[in-house]
Design a protein around this ligand. Structure first.
Ligand SMILES: Nc1ncnc2c1ncn2[C@@H]1O[C@H](COP(=O)(O)OP(=O)(O)OP(=O)(O)O)[C@@H](O)[C@H]1O
Length: 221
């Protein structure tokens, strides 16, 4: 579990008169479960991209347990992300042509010199945990709810210190959404990960510890 400290963060885009993000100070306690909410265009996706080092910060600090992503090169940020962050993105980012198991193992293969001996069995356990019993099924033949669960298994198999999910229940029916939300919360609690979830889903925000409300790049809560 990791803490996040943000100082004097300002993100501007060409053509946008006000900053897309303007956060003087923000601290997230390690192990907290955070909901990131706000209307369309408020800066949620920008915040997520910045928090996991996918976008460069030119002004301010973004420190996870004292490691400042803003001071790192792109390569170091990529390595930091591979070691520390589990991502569940809105459109899953799964690789067609690979099985569920292949998808769960792929980031582990890419980020390590050699796959730990128990990683395959951990991946199979994690897939069983999220309710995927055909680990060899090609992902492109799966339903959206199943794909979402594979994405959750992939994000969590490396036991990351922080889990970040962008609208993880959007595009799922109520039952599948509820199941994915419960899984994320249970697994984050078990692995003691810090969890940040961008969501409009009131059933999900109600189950998290703290709500960060974004409004025109400003954060409240
Ligand atoms: N690469 C970019 N270039 C220019 N403007 C951008 C860029 N990325 C984001 N923006 C702008 O920054 C603002 C914040 O966008 P962001 O995608 O973070 O909002 P959001 O809260 O995630 O919205 P949504 O809920 O609709 O996904 C918007 O006005 C958007 O148009």
């Amino acid at each position: 579990m990791l803490s996040l400290a943000v100082h004097k963060l300002e993100i501007r885009y060409p053509g946008l008169p006000a900053p897309a993000l303007d956060i003087p100070a923000l601290f997230i306690e390690p192990g907290t479960h955070i909901a990131l909410t706000g209307p369309s265009g408020a800066g949620k996706t920008t915040f997520i991209n910045i928090a996991v080092g996918m976008e460069r910060v030119r002004s301010g600090k973004v420190e996870w347990d004292g490691e400042n992503l803003a001071a790192m090169s792109e390569g170091r940020r990529d390595r930091w992300r591979a070691r520390n962050a589990g991502l569940v993105m809105q459109d899953f980012h799964l690789f067609p042509g690979l099985s569920a198991l292949g998808n769960v193992l792929l980031p582990q293969r890419l980020s390590r010199f050699r796959l730990p001996g128990d990683m395959r069995s951990r991946a199979l356990d994690m897939l069983a945990r999220v309710g995927i019993d055909r680990a060899d099924q090609p992902v492109e033949t799966m339903s959206r709810g199943q794909m979402q669960r594979v994405a959750v298994a992939r994000a969590l198999v490396g036991r990351p210190g922080v889990i970040i999910a962008d609208e993880p229940t959007a595009s799922l029916d109520a039952g599948s959404g509820e199941a994915v939300a419960s899984l994320l919360l249970d697994l984050a609690r078990e692995t003691k990960a810090t969890l940040i979830v961008a969501t409009h889903d009131a059933r999900l925000t109600g189950r998290l510890d703290r709500i960060l409300q974004l409004e025109n790049g400003w954060v409240r809560g």
